[in-house]
Every structure is written in C-alpha cells, then in structure tokens.
Design a protein around this ligand. Structure first.
Ligand code: PMV
Length: 325
C-alpha cells in the first residue's frame, strides 16, 4: 500500500481537484512525547508499533504561508532563506506535497517560519508536516476532520500525527493495514501549570535520523521485544497522572519511558547514542536537584537535547540552574 492510497481514501471525490484559494496560512505546534513512539509496523505509511502520548509546545512550532505560484518549480523559504532544490529538506517537502496535488500542475511558494531548531530532535518535522496539511486543507477547502488531518500529517512524519492540536494528544497505533485507524486524539484535560523547557546542548543536525535509528533498533536490538509492553503500561500510568494532575507520577513515568527508549538504542548492534557528555551531565544535575527537593524531570528524543518538565511555579528556581528556551 502506498501513501497516495491513503490520500485517495481520505480525500475521496476531492482528490485531484485544483485549489479553491490562492493562499493559505496555518500554524502547528511542535510536540514532545511523554510516552514515545519508537518503531514502525509499516515503514511506508509510518504506522507505529505502539500508541504514544505527547504534549504540544504552544507557540513553539511552524507557521506556513502556502501560495499558488505561476513559476515552474516550488520555492521554499525557511526563516527568510530560500532552500536549495538539491537539499533533503526540499526533496522531503516536494515528495510530501506531490501526494496532494496528484496530476494537477500546480506549484507553490511556501514561506515557513520555524521557532524550533530544525532536525535537532525538537520535533521540527512534526510541526512542519502538520502545518503543511493544515494549510493544504484551507487552500483546497477540503474541510477535513482533525482525525483525517492527523492521518495525512502522519504520512510526512509519524509524530506529525500529534501536532494537529495543542495540549495532550494520544496517537492511537491502530491495527488496520491501511492505517486509517492510526491517528491522534486530543485529551480533554488541560494542565496549564505544567511547564516544558528545552535545554539545548546543540542545534547541530542530528548524527542519524530518527527514521534510520528507529528501524535499526527494531531490526537489531534484543531489548526491543520488551518495548511494546513498557509503552502499554507507561501510557496507562501517564493518562491517570494527567487526570489526577499528579506531577511526580507524570515526570517519573515520562523520564523512565525516555530512558527505556534510549536503552533499546544502546542495545542495538551497533549502538546508537544520541547523548553528548553535556546531556549526561545535565541528567545528573537534574537528579541531584530532585534529590534536594526540586520537582524537575526530563525527557529526551532522537537528539542530545533534553526537555525539562516542571511546574510553572518553579520556573524562576529552575532558571537559576539551567538556561532553558
Ligand atoms: O516522527 P519521527 O519520525 O520524527 O519520530 C519521532 C521519534 C521520537 O521523537 C524519538 C519519539 C516521539 O514519539 O516523538
């Protein structure tokens, strides 16, 4: 099954119909998983082995202005700079957008403003692909449901399925081969006191993409077999922590889940280690501060940077110890 089949299934009789508008603007937040997505059951469609749960980063994300163009090629301007057509970024963008314009000879100018560093494990691709889908939905006037937008965003990058909403989002793994039951769903609970800060070690591009690292782990790690059961349990605990606003339970579950994910990479053959010496030093500092009574936890994705979890009331104290963004 190809990605385009999913697009056809979602768009139905709106498939291959030209855009109804000339320009559309959309914003999608970046999201950080508290229970991670790590491993695919279908690589083409980005169908995950397990469900996952994230929290969105409010004003950190991607804004896109997508305009129909009369030029012969697409133009992408990222944070004010034109992206060369030979770059991976350009290729990924065009391949994704090609799914939606099918045989229609329409070209676009995409002006993207990203407020998260690109490819540093900060979910820049998640908010990027989600923002493209939201903008296309407006440009073509598809009027799709959020669930359907989530399925389409997933075709760009798995975690993009969770970037359609603010707040807490659960991405249901689904079980169908066509993936039409693999989409995000916003949880009803709001938790405004919950803070997330990015502890940036580097904004350099990651050494190995999450796509490659994920597959290598699934293929070679003897510990991967334990991962689905770990996730099932952590998901349940995390959802009840959110419902009860139990910060310690949320923090320790998210932190352990991230460590378990990295343990599957450590045990892959050969190993994958995203952490830098600074990452480990920061983890130890967090554990020390916590032992001294400061409620602070971390999570880590496919990169060396950490995301700190805390309560807003402790933000001033945390700022004394870390430079967070
Ligand atoms: O969506 P991708 O292919 O960038 O994979 C994201 C994987 C993690 O960030 C490590 C975990 C997650 O659930 O976001």
């Amino acid at each position: 099954m190809k990605k385009i089949d999913t697009v056809r299934a979602i768009l139905k009789n709106q498939f291959a119909v030209p855009p109804k508008n000339n320009s559309a603007t959309a914003y999608a937040p970046s999201n950080i998983a508290l229970v991670k997505y790590w491993g695919k059951r279908n690589q083409e469609l980005n169908l995950p082995v397990t469900s996952s749960l994230s929290v969105s980063l409010k004003e950190k994300g991607a804004e896109i202005i997508l305009t129909v163009s009369d030029r012969s090629t697409d133009h992408i301007i990222l944070n004010g700079k034109e992206i060369p057509p030979t770059s991976d970024f350009y290729q990924r963008f065009v391949n994704f957008i090609n799914l939606f314009r099918a045989e229609i000879p329409v070209r676009f100018v995409a002006e993207i403003k990203s407020t998260v560093p690109v490819a540093a494990g900060l979910a820049s691709s998640a908010c990027g692909f989600a923002s493209i889908v939201l903008a296309l939905n407006k440009l073509f006037a598809w009027n799709l449901a959020e669930k359907e937008l989530s399925v389409l965003a997933r075709l760009g990058s798995g975690s993009a399925a969770r970037s359609i909403w603010q707040g807490f989002v659960e991405w249901h793994a689904g079980s169908r081969d066509d993936g039409l039951d693999s989409f995000g769903e916003k949880l009803n609970t709001e938790w405004t006191d919950l803070g997330i800060g990015i502890l940036l070690m580097t904004d350099a591009e990651k050494s190995i993409s999450s796509r490659k690292a994920m597959q290598h782990t699934v293929d070679t790690s003897p510990f991967y077999a334990t991962w689905p059961a770990t996730v099932a349990k952590d998901l349940q605990v995390l959802k009840s922590a959110i419902e009860q606003r139990d910060f310690h339970l949320l923090g320790k579950t998210a932190e352990s889940n991230a460590m378990a994910m990295h343990a599957t990479m450590l045990s892959a053959r050969p190993s994958i280690i995203y952490s830098l010496p600074e990452t480990i030093a920061a983890m130890k500092k967090i554990w020390q501060l916590r032992a001294e009574g400061l409620p602070i936890y971390f999570t880590q994705d496919a990169g060396p940077n950490l995301k700190l979890l805390f309560l807003q009331q402790d933000f001033p104290t945390i700022q004394q110890h870390f430079f967070i963004q």
